[in-house]
Design a protein around this ligand. Sequence first.
Ligand SMILES: Nc1nc2c(c(=O)[nH]1)N[C@H]1C(S)=C(S)[C@@H](COP(=O)(O)OP(=O)(O)OC[C@H]3O[C@@H](n4cnc5c(=O)[nH]c(N)nc54)[C@H](O)[C@@H]3O)O[C@H]1N2
Ligand SMILES: Nc1nc2c(c(=O)[nH]1)N[C@H]1C(S)=C(S)[C@@H](COP(=O)(O)OP(=O)(O)OC[C@H]3O[C@@H](n4cnc5c(=O)[nH]c(N)nc54)[C@H](O)[C@@H]3O)O[C@H]1N2
Ligand code: SF4
Ligand SMILES: [Mo]
Length: 891
Amino acid sequence: MNAHVPDPVPVTVKTTCPYCGVGCGVLATPDGQGGAAIAGDPSHPANFGRLCSKGSALGETLSLDGRLLHPSVDGARASWDAALSTVADGFARIAAKHGPEAIAFYLSGQLLTEDYYVANKLAKGFIGTPNVDTNSRLCMSSAVAAHKRAFGSDTVPGCYEDLDEADVIVLVGSNTAWCHPILFRRMVDARTRRGTKLVVVDPRRTQTGEEADLFLGLEPGTDTALFSGLFVHLVETGAIDRRFVTEHTADFEAALERARTIAPDVAATARATGLAIADVAAFFALFAATPRVVTAFSQGVNQSAQGTDKGNAIINCHLATGRIGKPGCGPFSLTGQPNAMGGREVGGLANMLAAHMGFSAPDVDRVRRFWDAPAIVTGEGRKAVALFEGIRAGTVKALWVMGTNPLVSMPQADTIRESMGQLDLYVVSEAVDDSDTVRARGRTTVLLPALAWGEKDGTVTNSERRISRQRGFLPAPGEARADWAVMADVGRRLGFGAAFRFDGPAAVFREHAALSGFENAGSRDFDLTGVGAITDAAYADAAPLQWPLRDCGDGQARLFADGRFFTPDRRARFVAVEAPALASTPGPDFPFVLNTGRVRDHWHTMTRTGKSQRLSAHRAVPFVEIHPDDAAAAGLANGDLARVATFHGSAVLEVMVTAGVRPGSLFAPFHWSDATASDARVGALVRGVPDPVSGQPELKATPAAVAPVAYRHRGFLLARAPIRPPAGWWWARATVQGGAGLQFATQDSSREVALAMRGLFQGLDVADYADHGRGRYRCAVYDEGRLVACLALAPSAERPDWEAEKAYFAAPALEPSARRALLSGRAETASAGPTVCACHGVGLDVIAAAIAAGAGSVEAVGAACRAGTNCGSCIPEIRKMLPPALARDAA
Ligand SMILES: Nc1nc2c(c(=O)[nH]1)N[C@H]1C(S)=C(S)[C@@H](COP(=O)(O)OP(=O)(O)OC[C@H]3O[C@@H](n4cnc5c(=O)[nH]c(N)nc54)[C@H](O)[C@@H]3O)O[C@H]1N2
Ligand SMILES: Nc1nc2c(c(=O)[nH]1)N[C@H]1C(S)=C(S)[C@@H](COP(=O)(O)OP(=O)(O)OC[C@H]3O[C@@H](n4cnc5c(=O)[nH]c(N)nc54)[C@H](O)[C@@H]3O)O[C@H]1N2
Ligand code: SF4
Ligand SMILES: [Mo]
């Protein structure tokens, strides 16, 4: 090496977090070895430098372990040329034989806008299939439908500053503290700064609910009654804005009349929602008296068989009070995925065409002319549930899945998985080489490696309509390629070369922006005319920008302040909503209601957060929450294993007893899959009745049963590389520092387990301790003195805890006392307990000790043990541990 050449100065790249719809700006500084230092971007208007636990841990997810690096056809490695010929020839053959509608695309809000645009153009303009849908159907489509019914367009009226400037924030069906943590911190800041009150509406008392000034733990599915009651109350107490209603809206009377039949007064609302009269009255009074109210909602509203009505019931209250488009107020749909909004902009949903245009004759003709499209589709395609039904029924013959893991995340996921074998052609564009979706096979199966975050380059749009750049800062690994480029290649192979001649993502973006402004003149909300001619250089450097952006300069932060909407008469619509009704009610076989959702530190099917040991420490096994009374009646205690079953499937999950769920309800996260656990595909249990307007499936309320599952032994295994557990074991994987962790349960005797360990680690030095009479066994495996694996097994009731062993396993070298402790199970120092603060790896027991030693506030706990001092995502959990009186005072 030439000593005179200095190391290249690391270049920091501004990019955007690939997780939630908050869309935080990230500064990534590559380390030159495939990794990068990650920090929040202080100049980004979504986060001003903050990142939550998931964003902070992005650096731990960049390794190439488990990446899909080469194309393959039917399991055999193939060249790109051969793989794309298989795709293009397959599409041509299937279209010729069965018509283009037999080809379907299932896309994702995790694609970049440029990828999404090319997919939509290829399918809807050139192949001629309307069957393009996306995982946003499971996520946002009820919000889209509610917006369209009320505003005539899919417009989010407000912006994040409204959260800073509101006096009341109502969170409906949103665990914001865990799922949009940086926005939640803005809300908590507003409370500190201006006394903003937080109201949380959720059948489950989440960490968000714990932080609320008023928590409304309503019965599942009864939101339309709550907001109908509120609507009536606003009218009767004279809290409405008559002038706004008269001049800028329509259908007020019909909607009000319906609301009166659902919830005519406070008492009726309380009855319909299962809430206390006093709580309902307090909520109504607060809402009525506060001009600056934001009602933010997410999956407790959208993922419902009545999701669109829930959205409109909320919007009705904002229209009635004229609280829309003004600082500090408005209905606010919190988007889940990093590019949920971008997908809507390009028309990735089956019921949209492109650039917020639909299937009216003028829209279709306009898009046809703009694209010069030979095969423009003229009507809606199949929405996700119907799309997968079409595969089962044999009408859809080819499916291209891109950027999503539907064999885990679709409702009735086992049925979906079985139907893949029906496909003539199954194409999966993926970044990882193992997922339930990657494992499936059609008659012909093509796997295509995609660039992942840090490598890909393009744009995403966050919940407040702000477009930010995701920039690459790492080289493309293996043969992975950008999804847009791959689809453009397929377009060329199908003979549409001229329409797919993009020389980079900037060219795609320009065309997308130009289409948004084409014959628009203010008639459509989505308008990027101001950047329609953006140069490659300007695109490369582009700062975040908000749409609509009709001219150069700044976009528009709020819409509808002028009271003009995008309906034909420019008036907003009140919607008469239906009375609440669960799509499927519990009965004798399935007496519980199963609710599903998310945890703080995992992202969906864990293909990325699962790589981080910090993020895997917060919740390491798949679990089900159950109320103490129900647990007692079912003979279940905390930490037991239980089989949760519905009409559609079952899973074995660890029991978490908590008064946070209502009696009669269960809650399970849907993050685990066959790739990460033996029997925890929660999506397989979910019924998924679609909302009649949006087609979004109900994912929060499936009738279910729960029963104990007895295993003889429980244990854990830590190893340097993942180990395939013996058949018949219940297990869940989690990344730990220095390797892979496995928690398991088995009917095997301790002798059999000891034998299995010796078999697994043949040739290595196995030290062990056995008390087979009592069913106890521990071993530590060394390779030339280095600890490479350790296992502990005990009778189920004892469930060995792995925190101390995880610390030994992470250590570079072990003292003899540590070696003894591994076998005795008696750690030398007190264990930290399960992780609460992911950033600093601080455990529950350490925080409890700090509090016991006198730390009486979140700040004091932070000073004592650093917990909660970085991203702040764990602050609600820390606050919950403080004595209640102190907890409230601590800001
Ligand atoms: N940590 C983390 N953050 C994420 C994600 C992740 O995977 N992990 N995913 C992102 C994505 S794509 C999305 S869509 C968002 C989702 O963000 P959220 O919507 O906040 O998350 P969920 O946990 O799906 O559901 C929210 C709440 O709805 C409640 N709920 C269930 N039924 C009802 C009901 O009938 N009425 C009401 N009012 N509430 C009900 C549930 O109890 C749950 O607490 O999170 C985004 N952020
Ligand atoms: N039971 C239940 N089910 C649910 C939900 C629920 O609350 N309960 N929530 C629903 C919601 S809101 C959502 S958003 C979905 C999410 O569910 P999914 O979209 O199925 O989940 P992810 O794990 O995010 O899958 C994304 C996949 O894309 C890959 N990937 C990442 N980047 C790229 C890229 O640039 N290109 C390509 N080709 N691939 C890439 C990742 O490796 C990963 O495998 O789940 C839905 N399903
Ligand atoms: S809140 Fe967290 S997950 Fe969401 S964009 Fe910001 S850093 Fe990423
Ligand atoms: Mo989502």
